[in-house]
Design a protein around this ligand. Structure first.
Ligand code: ZN
Length: 290
């Protein structure tokens, strides 16, 4: 009697352990399907949903080298985008060369079907965002970087921590690159570190209208983040609220205020709610994973 009871409990215990292990294993293998998918979804190019909660149909792969640009970290497969983003990048590379500026290195665009990237980003989900580094290693100007270099070299900040300003040798390059970017009509916003925006505001300029698109945001001291407006071919692309009128220089001081310093999280949320509403992934996106 005692024996059979013990056997019952032993079997029950083993069963529970196996069930628990199976649950853990399935949670691990589930992972993030957006990061695992290796090819674009078939069909016409469509940005679907919100920049921070969306996906991309009919993505195209950006060639890893082009005039004036090189793509970094190709193993992460984040060099896919809506064709208008690719077109913007190719055009910017040429404009960079024509302006006599040095090569730009590209960080993330989107994954083959967009969606959430593992680790880091809260956007780049619809194939309309791209990170562009300010700094590049010397050899990138002379030759194509090797695969090993692309995977291992990291972006560097262009800010001088001691003086809270852009390092002197970068000041003019950064302003020219940002202006070239913001003057493209497809570009809706360009996110930069608040210190960079403050310096642009302080510089005399013949035309200040492009400054409107230059938006201060946390981080972004080693890259600019370009966001295109929803393309006309994408009716399910969720537009952001319009960038406020004016050059935005009157609100830059807030970023250096006691409020911003003492309550960074609150500020982040408040600003984020202006930029995006934290929406659910649209049903159409789940279809892209089938
Ligand atoms: Zn970015």
């Amino acid at each position: 009697m005692l024996n059979s009871k013990m056997r019952f409990w032993r079997i029950r215990l083993i069963f529970s352990l196996v069930a628990a292990m199976a649950l853990t294993a399935s949670a691990d293998s589930q992972g993030n399907p957006w990061a695992e998918v290796k090819t674009p979804a078939k069909g016409a190019p469509r940005a679907i949903g919100d920049y921070s909660s969306g996906c991309l149909q009919g993505a195209q792969a950006l060639p890893l080298n082009g005039v004036g640009y090189q793509v970094m970290h190709p193993s992460r497969r984040r060099y896919y985008g809506h064709p208008s983003l690719l077109d913007f990048i190719v055009g910017l590379g040429r404009a960079v060369r024509e302006a006599g500026l040095e090569v730009v290195l590209l960080g993330d665009l989107s994954q083959p079907r967009g969606g959430r990237a593992s680790g880091g980003h809260a956007s780049h989900e619809t194939g309309l965002d791209v990170d562009i580094w300010y700094w590049h290693p010397k050899q990138a100007e002379q030759r194509k970087l090797t695969q090993k270099e692309r995977e291992s070299i990291k972006a560097r900040s262009i800010l001088d921590g001691k003086t809270s300003s852009i390092k002197a040798k970068w000041a003019s390059t950064v302003a020219r690159l940002l202006r070239l970017t913001a003057e493209d009509p497809r570009v809706e916003r360009v996110f930069v570190h608040p210190i960079i925006k403050r310096e642009l505001c302080a510089q005399p300029s013949d035309d200040r209208t492009w400054l409107r698109k230059i938006r201060p945001w946390y981080g972004h001291d080693d890259h600019l983040h370009v966001r295109l407006a929803c393309p006309e071919d994408s009716p399910d692309c969720v537009r952001q609220s319009a960038v406020p009128a004016g050059d935005g220089c009157d609100e830059i001081d807030w970023w250096f205020s006691e409020e911003a310093k003492s309550d960074r999280d609150k500020g982040r949320k408040r600003y984020q709610s202006k930029v995006t509403g934290g929406r659910k992934l649209p049903e159409k996106c789940f279809e892209l994973l089938k």
